[in-house]
Design a protein around this ligand. Structure first.
Ligand code: ACO
Length: 377
């Protein structure tokens, strides 16, 4: 007996009330806790967005300063955590696989690990947000034979990440571009990785377990893993003049073009609007406008041929490339930001918890007779 209509991919299924963020897919609107993403991208900072997502309102100056300091205090690792980074940075492990294990490893030294109170989970949220950025930057420096760098308490998260990665003070445009990228990626409704985090939290498992589930889910090419693949595509195409034919050939082979399409948006992803501008500015800054121009050409062809729109991953690829960020760090950077949304969603889940446990429509056989192994042919 079929229980109900199967909704493949849970499309259109509503599983919880949430005030974290809301998407109007028809009109390309995204809001975080009531505030339009365009206002936040233009006027806010990542630190302020953390407060907004975890508290449901914008901070006063004193509250902002407190959050800034609390995050800054967590941008450091203990000896075991440094050993862990050094061990894996010198292996062939992909940085996203490293980060998934790193989040789980961070639980071992977290003094609040099994405390599921709201206050303890906020403390863990700061630790995870601060340490993930340090670990991603250190991983890259160590694998390139460089020493990791200490964060600077007076700088914000975005500027510190670029400093810890590159070892030079980022200029204003780069630092702001990274801050905007962190703001734009911080939350996005019940996306796959957020849902994974909430499913884990709903068993009343600990926050580190929930975030580990989320990082593993973000890693896939249909979700956060698409940004690296967009850049691989641009590099493979190589020249703007080749873009149209390359896309037409890929579509003829029924391949997906990475960075296009979305389960909810039926128009331009509002986050892509900002990343498109950043891509243009940053590509111009390094005198390599072809990555931006190629992206525009691909957009034109994919939209014309398939009616699809770019998602957040499309223009972030050329933006990060123009900032000199290694391709395999694009998805870890996504995770460094989305961790804030995952934590906020887990806070909501713990506050109004019910086990998340859907059913499947069973399509296998029934009533088979068990035959002992020595009698099977
Ligand atoms: N390129 C070519 N065709 C596409 C693309 C694409 N990027 N996206 C969707 N389509 C086509 C599908 O082939 C399908 O066509 P069909 O009905 O003829 O078979 C149709 O559009 C619907 O696709 P679904 O996979 O059913 O749509 P769904 O909502 O399940 O998938 C998804 C959304 C996974 C994002 C999809 O658009 C995709 O694979 N995009 C490429 C990967 C990507 O960019 N992922 C990042 C998403 S944003 C984020 O997670 C941060």
């Amino acid at each position: 007996m079929q229980l109900a209509e199967v909704r493949e991919g849970l499309e259109g299924v509503v599983v919880a009330n949430s005030s974290m963020s809301w998407i109007d897919g028809e009109n390309g609107v995204l809001i975080y806790q009531g505030y339009n993403i365009h206002d936040l991208a233009e006027k806010s900072t990542f630190e302020e967005v953390i407060f907004l997502l975890w508290n449901g309102r914008l901070p006063t100056q004193a509250e902002f300063d407190d959050y800034f300091k609390r995050l800054s205090d967590e941008r450091q690792l203990n000896d075991q955590e440094w050993d862990f980074v050094r061990r894996y940075a010198n292996s062939q492990v992909h940085p996203m696989a490293f980060l998934r294990t790193a989040v789980s490893f961070l639980a071992h030294s977290d003094p609040d690990v099994e405390d599921n109170s709201h206050e303890a989970n906020v403390r863990k949220g700061f630790r995870l947000t601060g340490k993930m950025a340090v670990m991603v930057a250190a991983f890259d420096r160590i694998r390139n034979g460089k020493e990791p760098l200490q964060a600077k308490p007076e700088w914000n998260h975005a500027k510190n990440f670029l400093w810890m990665l590159k070892g030079r003070e980022p200029d204003e445009l780069e630092a702001r571009a990274m801050d905007v990228a962190l703001i734009l990626h911080a939350d996005h409704g019940f996306n796959a990785s957020t849902f994974a985090a909430r499913v884990t939290a709903a068993t009343l498992s600990d926050l580190h377990s929930a975030i580990t589930s989320a990082v593993g889910t973000l890693k896939g090419p249909l979700h956060g893993g698409a940004n690296t693949r967009v850049m691989q595509m641009l590099l493979e195409i190589g020249e703007v003049e080749r873009a149209e034919q390359w896309v037409l050939d890929a579509l003829a082979r029924k391949e997906r073009i990475m960075g296009f399409g979305h389960r909810v948006y039926r128009t331009m992803d509002p986050r892509a609007v900002h990343l498109r501008e950043l891509s243009k500015k940053l590509c111009e800054r390094i005198g390599e406008t072809k990555w931006y121009e190629m992206s525009e050409k691909i957009f034109e062809v994919v939209h014309r041929e398939k009616g699809l729109w770019p998602n957040v991953d499309f223009f972030s690829a050329s933006t990060y490339y123009a900032m000199g960020i290694p391709l395999d760090l694009y998805t870890p950077i996504f995770a460094m930001s989305r961790v804030v949304g995952w934590v906020g969603h887990c806070l909501e889940q713990y506050a109004h918890n019910r086990l998340i446990r859907p059913r499947a429509n069973y399509v296998g056989p029934k009533g088979l007779q068990y035959v002992p192994i020595d009698q099977r042919t």
